[in-house]
Design a protein around this ligand. Structure first.
Ligand code: UT7
Length: 328
């Protein structure tokens, strides 16, 4: 059995930035409220781009870091809840655009846990020895399903894409070492996008009712997210005999700084060991965790040998955690 390792990582955020001041300009909100309740100061949003554009750029940067051509990729998994279209898959669009001529792939819908779900899925093809190069991408264009009149939600989300390349690891004890993933579909009520699927196909009525936007009962989701993300992270530590001193970084889904803080507290680690970029990007759903990895690796804070715990919670509900010993 091979141990999968992350051998390259890349991140892309669109150019346009919406600051908290922008929302202050037309909504009953304030920079102070947004920063203290969420930790967000600004978020990037697309202009004339879709999720495949974010995913393609992230994939290109990842392959460039590894120094290989797209024709060497075996499999492409795109975690997203905002595909360009229902079909063909965003993975197919990425495959064509980057020229991954011998790859197949698919989209995976795990919401904010999408990247962790996709990582666990892609890893199985390495463990089984089926493939040697799996591109796992998390990309979302949350602005395409955000109601910018809804102050409860519009301040939370941003757009972005990030990717990792999974390959068989070169050294025992390094790489993607353990994971736990969970799901409880009772979360449908509190966090969903109601229309556009087969339950409520698009009609004038669904559009008038705003059913093509994110609906979130933030307070209810907050309560379960705090518990779920922390418990999964602590479970991963326990299963792998990791003390708080052993953990170099917590890499959390970036939905709310207070949820992240609660998770760090439960793990017994200080915020100096937590990867944070929510202040600059907001919640980019499937892209949050790999975007942190890309930024912290690029500036040298994430180093070979670091024990890192990835953790996420999102719509479904879905949640999970993973243990990676960084190998590049
Ligand atoms: O990533 C997927 C999973 N999602 C999450 O993890 C998100 C979880 N939820 C949250 O992060 C938080 O619940 C929010 C940031 C969405 C909201 O924070 P909160 O501390 O739970 O606030 P709240 O919903 O309890 O609202 C408090 C007050 C309300 O006013 P009243 O009813 O107390 O008068 C809201 O109407 O704040 C009001 N409010 C705002 N005020 C200024 C809501 N949004 C805003 C806003 N600006 N943008």
């Amino acid at each position: 059995m091979k141990t999968p390792a992350i051998t390259a990582v890349g991140h892309y955020a669109p150019d346009k930035i919406l600051t908290n001041a922008y929302f202050e300009s037309y909504l009953d909100t304030s920079d102070e409220w947004i920063v203290t309740r969420t930790g967000i100061r600004e978020r990037h949003v697309v202009e004339n781009q879709a999720t495949s554009d974010l995913a393609v750029e992230a994939a290109r940067r990842t392959l460039a870091m590894r120094g290989i051509g797209a024709d060497q990729v075996d499999l492409i998994i795109v975690a997203t809840v905002t595909p360009d279209m229902f079909f063909p898959s965003t993975a197919a669009l990425v495959q064509n655009r980057i020229g991954a001529s011998r790859a197949w792939g698919f989209d995976l819908s795990g919401a904010c846990s999408g990247f962790l779900y996709a990582l666990a899925t892609g890893a199985q093809f390495i463990i089984a020895g089926t493939y040697s190069k799996v591109l796992v991408i998390g990309a979302d264009t949350m602005s395409s399903i955000t109601d910018y009149r809804d102050r409860n939600n519009c301040i939370l989300f941003g757009d972005g894409g990030a990717a990792v390349l999974l390959e068989p690891g070169d050294e025992p004890g390094y790489g993607y070492l353990d994971w736990v993933n969970y799901m409880d579909g009772c979360g449908e009520e509190t966090l969903h996008m109601k229309a556009g699927g087969s339950r409520h196909p698009a009609t004038h009525e669904t559009v008038d009712k705003g059913w093509h936007y994110i609906y979130q009962d933030g307070k209810s989701v907050f309560k379960v997210a705090v518990i779920g993300m922390a418990e999964a992270a602590v479970e991963i530590m326990r299963r792998n005999n990791l003390s708080s001193d052993d953990v170099a970084w917590l890499v959390p889904h970036q939905a709310n700084l207070r949820i992240i803080q609660a998770t760090a507290d439960r793990m017994g680690i200080g915020m100096d060991k937590v990867m944070i970029n929510i202040d600059r990007y907001g919640n980019t759903t499937a892209a949050t965790i790999p975007s942190c990895l890309a930024e912290y690796y690029a500036d040298g804070r994430l180093k070979r040998g670091d024990n890192i715990v990835l953790a996420a919670f999102g719509a479904g509900y879905t949640w999970g955690a993973a243990y990676v010993r960084w190998s590049i």
